[in-house]
Design a protein around this ligand. Sequence first.
Ligand code: ADP
Ligand code: MG
Length: 151
Amino acid sequence: MQVYEWISNGPEETFVFAKKLASMLQENDLILLEGDLGAGKTTFTKGIAAGLGIRRTVNSPTFTIIKEYHGRLPLFHMDVYRIQDSYEDLGFDEYFEGGGVTIVEWSKMIQEQLPPDYLEVTITHQGDQIRKLEFNPKGQRYESLCKELFK
Ligand code: ADP
Ligand code: MG
């Protein structure tokens, strides 16, 4: 399976790239965001939200775990960092199949509860403003999404 790489030279570039991805998203799409604190996961999510036409400010949902926004499609933004037990079921399936776009930060914490197909995006620090974004599509839907995004 192909892995796609893209280098971002600043938060604005990450935002714009995510916004472009958002224009291609469909209902029940799932994006997993991996990367250390400060990598740019929430910045990426803000771009997705803008691309979905969401006007409300998107912040890291660390204390609430799941936040819901309404745009062209609903956006379910999860940050599962604080989950203690990876089997703790907060009704994730209802979000994954809820007709919106779901973004999960720190998805490794709920690995056992994830559906088989998703787009995993791993963001790594390369310098002060530079980030490497690695796109790992799992399943047909996300392979064609990446082909479209990187063509
Ligand atoms: P996370 O959610 O992964 O903890 P945030 O998106 O909240 O990360 O924070 C990323 C921080 O890094 C922001 O302060 C952002 O301005 C900064 N930053 C610097 N360069 C970049 C870049 N190329 N892409 C994304 N964020 C960047
Ligand atoms: Mg965050």
